[in-house]
Ligand binder design. Structure first.
Ligand code: ADP
Length: 496
């Protein structure tokens, strides 16, 4: 039972039932009060002129003094017909002059004249019932009928009739009161029961959805990240459910990313250690040979060995530099410092830089640059790195006598940069991976040609840091094309 009151359903339904009971008690009290008020009003309206009519009968017996015998006989007749009334003769100031009942029962000897004046007032309409003092029950106000009367020898006073007499009171509380009370109580008991049952069903249904949510959240917490709650409605609970589903979606994606990153980290460590070990082993081997066979190897051989060592050291240097560069881009330590610059001039400079290498491999390095190209916005050093890397790759991966072309094209709000070659292309299955770290189509070839497998990963990072994207298309018959966009200076300013 205690557990029930600890649940939300238990709490809501017990508060609801408590409120219902409270409301019913208040409602019953109001109903009884207003019913009695209605009875009083009706009583006073019907008997409004009772005192006036009775006064006519009293008049002959109040000439010089009060003829008690005659009056008591009139009252006895009246009481027989109407047992609810109590009759009093009052002085003008409300002092009780005469009463016709047991003197021990009279507790109040002066009646307030304010309600009497209100009752008799002709100038202002006071709504009935008007409650006045009852000499027998000073703590209770009663409805009455009153009329001015002469109490003998020009002594003005009032004939004051209490309409709900003691006798009537007893009868009311015994019969009428209990009838009103019991009827009202029955109606409210039925309403209460009905509302209670209906409320309980409603709350049960409402909390059922919350219970379902709790179950799902628990399962989710225990690692079932696929768990979702079916949303049926658009109300607050429905909105909470949708919010949970969105949150679950985000957590699931983040968990996947975390797993992927972890996997990538492991691969990276494996690749780095492998790529470091090979040149280091080679360097160690050659240096040991030179040292061991110090006197036996001739000068020419030593030079060859040292050249191999130097090449390996260069490879190591390149690998470490690129790793460092990539990690800076990853952690956003290195971000583009943009400025407007002439992309046409930059491309010309890069081509000049690569010309000797291209000539050495008998590769023609061409440019197609339209006139009046606008300035673009970017980090000039980073863009230089990107284009150089792509040209370097093209020269390295195509056969001698091949062709590498650098094209610039103006579009609405940007300049397209394209690096094309007519090599053998990248196999279709490898294309989606070439921007991955350490990905090489042909490992041995790349290693021999000095590639670390990080070049394109760096290129992609830099272009993305500029808010752009890099695309590649490649096939064996046409070769490979890398392209990306750089924002035109003016457009970039407006959108900034
Ligand atoms: P690497 O240091 O090996 O050149 P990259 O990240 O620069 O590493 O390139 C990844 C792989 O993509 C290369 O190993 C190469 O196989 C392939 N690749 C890149 N550019 C070209 C190209 N122009 N033609 C053919 N293959 C290319």
């Amino acid at each position: 039972m205690r557990a029930f009151f600890h649940t939300l359903y238990g709490k809501i339904s017990s508060v609801f039932v408590l409120l219902l009971v409270l409301l019913s008690v208040v409602q019953i009290a109001i109903s009884v009060e207003s019913s009695l008020n209605f009875v009083c009003e009706t009583d006073q309206t019907i008997n409004r002129y009772l005192a006036k009519n009775l006064a006519k009968k009293f008049k002959p017996h109040l000439k010089d003094s009060i003829d008690y015998v005659a009056i008591e006989s009139i009252i006895a007749d009246l009481m027989e017909l109407n047992p609810r009334v109590e009759i009093y003769l009052l002085d003008k100031d409300g002092t009780l002059r005469t009463h016709f009942s047991n003197p021990d029962k009279i507790k109040l000897h002066k009646i307030s004249t304010v309600p009497i004046e209100a009752f008799l007032s002709k100038t202002r309409e006071v709504p009935l019932p008007i409650m006045g003092d009852d000499p027998k029950t000073p703590d209770k106000k009663k409805v009455f009928s009153v009329t001015p009367i002469n109490l003998g020898q020009n002594h003005p006073g009032y004939l004051y009739i209490i309409l709900g007499s003691e006798l009537y009171d007893n009868a009311m509380s015994g019969v009428g009161g209990s009838y009103i009370l019991s009827t009202t109580a029955i109606i409210f008991a039925v309403t209460l029961l009905f509302a209670g049952v209906l409320g309980s069903i409603l709350f049960f249904n409402l909390t059922k959805r919350l219970r379902k949510m709790t179950e799902t959240v628990k399962e989710f917490e225990q690692g079932d990240y696929k768990k979702r709650i079916v949303v049926h409605t658009d109300d607050e609970v429905g909105q909470l459910t949708s919010a949970f589903n969105h949150m679950a979606e985000t957590i699931e994606t983040n968990m996947k990313d975390l797993k992927k990153n972890d996997q990538l980290r492991r691969e990276l460590i494996a690749n780095v250690s492998h790529d470091l070990r090979s040149p280091l082993t080679s360097i160690q081997g050659y240096i040991e040979t030179i040292l061991m066979r110090r006197d036996k190897i001739d000068r020419e051989q030593r030079t060859t060995f040292l050249e191999i060592v130097l090449r390996n050291v260069k490879n190591l240097n390149l690998l470490v530099t690129e790793l460092f560069e990539l990690s800076k881009l990853d952690t956003k330590q290195s971000h583009p410092v943009t400025e407007p610059f002439s992309i046409a001039e930059l491309v010309q400079d890069i081509v000049l830089k690569f010309q000797p290498l291209a000539e050495k491999k008998s590769i023609s390095l061409l440019t197609k640059i339209p006139k009046d190209l606008p300035f673009v916005v970017g980090d000039i050093g980073m863009i230089d790195r990107v284009i150089s890397n792509l040209i370097d790759n093209a020269i390295r991966y195509i056969k001698p006598k091949g062709k590498v072309t650098l094209l610039l094209k103006m579009t609405n709000d940007s300049v397209d940069v394209m690096i094309e070659d007519n090599g053998d292309g990248i196999p279709e299955k490898d294309v989606p991976h070439i921007f991955d770290r350490f990905y090489r189509v042909e490992k041995s070839r790349s290693k021999n040609s000095g590639g670390s497998g990080l070049g394109l990963a760096i290129v992609k990072k830099i272009i993305e840091a500029h808010g752009s994207k890099i695309y590649v298309s490649s096939d064996a018959s046409h070769g490979t094309r890398f392209s990306f966009k750089l924002k035109k200076y003016k457009t970039a300013l407006i959108s900034a």
